[in-house]
Ligand binder design. Structure first.
Ligand code: GRG
Length: 276
């Protein structure tokens, strides 16, 4: 199986589980709005990262792992819905479709985001209730998603005017990096390989920075203020290559079979996510 086939297989197995996340007893319009964003495409990068860490240690993902991976995707989806709202980025289009609030209105979109964030911790909490191995992963997900993580990064972006390169890097570390870090570290915890956490932190640090830079580079022509625009296109590309190399090298120290993750890193960061 080549890399793209393997990615598709993991993504499909995950999506089959994800489809069951929002149960039929949720009020109809709220359920529709939640599923509009949760099941409306996306690369599923964070769940795939979580599942691939397990696979790197020869563990076939268990039902609890698909459940935990769904929790991570629920957090990601809520952040996108809220980020698109008029009070935040005011975006009309996401993944080539109208944003959630354009279809369901701002109140329902806000509630769909709230409900997805809550559902995330219902799913993650169920994993921990069934197996204490996941308890620390719930803590890591909460910590990285919240005020000291992703939400904190978003808050800094809104309150800092025009940030310089250092501040932009700090914002990225939190806003984009912390949920990627949580995906990788929760996978390490679920694999019961905490002795390898330092190497996975190294990997996720470089991956997270590079992922945001990659996104910045795709939008650089729009004239948005970003780390890529501050560094300039050529320097940003050079830095992206360096970070990608650092991420791939960090994988060597994780003590697992990381061939797939190495391919994933290069596909996401250097091939502009082609085929994913
Ligand atoms: C808490 C409201 C709130 C926001 C948190 C994550 C975030 C901050 C905002 C989302 C907007 C954004 C462009 C963030 C940068 C990270 C990023 C590139 C997100 C998009 O992730 P992908 O490419 O999305 O994995 P798909 O569509 O593939 O799921």
């Amino acid at each position: 199986m080549n890399f793209y086939e393997e990615y598709k297989k993991l993504k499909c197995a995950f999506e089959t589980y994800l489809e069951r996340s929002v149960t039929a007893d949720v009020p109809a319009r709220l359920r529709e709005s939640m599923n509009y964003s949760l099941l409306g495409g996306g690369k599923r990068l964070r769940p795939v990262l979580y599942l691939s860490v397990l696979c790197s240690y020869g563990i076939t993902p268990r039902e609890s792992d698909y459940r935990f991976a769904s929790a991570i995707e629920c957090v990601h989806t809520y952040s996108l819905i809220h980020d698109d709202l008029p009070v935040m980025d005011n975006d009309d289009v996401r993944r080539g479709r109208p944003t959630n609030h354009k279809v369901y209105g701002e109140a329902t979109a806000l509630l769909a985001g709230d409900a997805l964030l809550t559902l995330a911790f219902e799913l993650a909490g169920k994993c921990a209730a069934l197996d204490p191995l996941y308890a620390e992963a719930v803590y890591v997900l909460a910590r990285n998603a919240g005020a000291c993580g992703m939400v904190g990064g978003q808050a800094m972006e809104f309150s800092c005017g025009t940030p310089d390169a250092k501040l932009l890097s700090n914002i990225t570390l939190l806003k984009t990096g912390k949920l990627i870090e949580a995906s990788v570290i929760c996978g390490t915890i679920a694999a019961d390989r905490k002795e390898n956490i330092a190497a996975w932190l190294d990997f996720s640090d470089s991956f997270g920075k590079a992922f945001q830079l990659c996104d910045d580079l795709q939008d650089i022509e729009k004239g948005e203020h970003s780390l890529a625009s501050v560094l300039g296109k050529d320097n940003a590309k050079k830095y992206l290559n360096e970070l990608t190399e650092r991420a791939v090298n960090a994988l060597d120290k994780t003590d697992g079979n990381t061939e797939f993750l190495g391919e994933l890193t290069k596909a996401v960061l250097l091939r502009a996510k082609d085929g994913i």
